[in-house]
Design a protein around this ligand. Structure first.
Ligand code: NYM
Length: 224
């Protein structure tokens, strides 16, 4: 197993089916690949930083929008060395949300008319900067769904951000990130996630075959 493991990120709006699809993808890659597969998730709510994020998302605490953005990023940085270790050991890593969620959700907040003035001044570049230098994924699978269809899927939960207007903005920012990623050479695939679970699964599986037995190239750095 001299090839390093592939790093595959799954992104999407809330209620896009991400959790179901990441689990199915793990199962699939374990079956077809020659190596172990590990599923990780951000935010990782188990660390002290993750617990602060969890409290914020469940409205148990208040934080400035800049501060929570930096905590989400810090939560990824604290995982950096273990993530690299997994990949270098040859393990395939599937990651449920990554830095793209960070940019999409924070920058979307700045586009909401009722946001505080300091939040409306947040720039797209500022949102990207804290994550620059993290390990870059080999593939990003974006589960695309409209905010309206997501809402019809049993509605949003009680956490912050689970509101149709913000989700609509999040989707717009994801499109912008997608355009940027295409010019940076990172492989971003947008998948219509409003189809049936099995159809989405098949489409996802069709994109990961080449990564199931590891990758020869070195791990790149994100946004540098
Ligand atoms: N979220 C997630 C962010 O705002 N920034 C981030 O960097 C990440 C990783 O947290 N609404 C938001 C997106 C979700 C929320 O995610 C919790 P999940 O996948 O429901 O645990």
């Amino acid at each position: 197993m001299s090839r390093r493991g592939a790093f595959i990120v799954v992104e999407g709006l809330d209620r896009s089916g991400k959790t179901t699809q990441t689990n199915l993808l793990c199962e699939h890659l374990s079956k077809i690949g020659d190596r172990p597969v590990k599923l990780i998730k951000f935010p990782d709510r188990t660390t002290p930083i993750g617990q602060m994020i969890d409290n914020y998302l469940r409205s148990k605490s208040e934080l400035d929008d800049h501060a929570i953005h930096l905590l989400f990023s810090a939560n990824r940085w604290e995982m950096r060395s273990s993530l690299l270790q997994l990949l270098n050991e040859g393990i395939t890593v599937i990651c449920d949300r990554y830095a793209f969620s960070g940019v999409a959700f924070t920058f979307a907040k700045s586009l909401v008319a009722s946001a505080p003035e300091s939040t409306r001044k947040l720039t797209y570049e500022w949102c990207r900067t804290p994550d620059a230098g993290l390990p870059a994924p080999d593939l990003i699978l974006f589960l695309d769904i409209s905010a309206e269809v997501a809402k019809l899927r049993g509605g949003y939960g009680d956490e912050r951000y689970e509101k149709a207007e913000l989700q609509q903005r999040v989707r717009e920012v994801y499109k912008r990130i997608q355009d940027d990623m295409q010019t940076s050479g990172v492989h971003w695939i947008s998948i219509n996630a409003s189809h049936e679970m099995e159809v989405v699964k098949q489409e996802i599986c069709s994109y990961v075959k080449d990564l199931s037995n590891g990758v020869n190239e070195p791990i790149k750095s994100l946004w540098l």
